[in-house]
Design a protein around this ligand. Structure first.
Ligand code: ATP
Ligand code: MG
Length: 203
């Protein structure tokens, strides 16, 4: 079993996330991609942040018709802050050690994950796929990891870059567009577009 895992706040989930998941399924011959919405860190006091319930529901609506995509609320149900390492260990515990994990991120997020925490533990649990996104070339990762750090070098070797069709789409931009009344309808799935309007999100 080859399982892709994609963490994020998904506020809201957009087609950039879905394109990335689909491309990883294809390029890395994955059986499934699991979306794991994260709890909001308490220091993020953005007043426009959405309830976990909304973020989870928008992921569910987006993946409903695709049997190779699934969602887990494990980080939302866990107490306190969630760390990627805990999530990967929990998935391994639930699915069995025979499941190979591929943690999928944008190239911007891989920088945060592998340079802020001890990469060795993460590397023992999962491989990493970094989708290159406009403005976040993967070379930045090499720059961020010191040459003298062997764990850093190992981390770099275990990250596979994956090119995706250039998508300058972000949730931040969608939230801003929604709040300013600018268009964003086709940056998200139909059902998410309807959900945002019905629930008055990002106004
Ligand atoms: P925000 O602007 O609020 O940070 P976001 O669009 O970056 O939102 P997140 O929920 O933070 O979305 O991201 C979840 C994961 O998806 C991260 O690994 C991020 O790097 C990746 N990602 C986000 N947007 C894209 C995109 N357009 N193409 C590829 N990957 C993306
Ligand atoms: Mg982000």
């Amino acid at each position: 079993m080859r399982l892709g895992v994609m963490g994020g706040t998904f506020d809201p989930i957009h087609i950039g996330h879905l394109v990335t998941a689909e491309e990883a399924l294809y390029q890395f011959e994955l059986d499934e991609v699991l979306f794991v919405p994260s709890a909001r860190p308490p220091h993020k006091t953005d007043s426009r942040q959405s309830d976990a319930r909304h973020r989870l529901r928008m992921v569910e609506l987006s993946i409903e018709a695709d049997p190779s995509l699934s969602v887990s609320a494990m980080e939302l149900e866990r107490e306190g802050l969630s760390y990627t390492i805990d999530t990967l260990r929990q998935i391994h515990a639930e699915r069995g050690k025979g499941t190979d994990l591929y943690f999928i991120t944008g190239a911007d997020a891989i920088l945060e994950i592998l340079t802020w925490k001890d990469p060795e533990e993460l590397l023992a649990e999962s491989r990493f796929i970094a989708a290159t996104r406009p403005g976040y070339p993967l070379e930045k990762l090499a720059e961020a990891l010191p040459d003298s750090n062997s764990a850093g070098e190992a981390a770099l070797r275990s990250v596979s870059a994956m090119e995706i069709p250039a998508l300058a789409i972000s949730s931040t931009d969608i939230r801003r567009r929604a709040s300013e009344g600018r268009p964003f309808r086709y940056l998200v799935c139909d059902a998410v577009w309807s959900y945002i309007r019905e629930n008055g999100l990002y106004r």
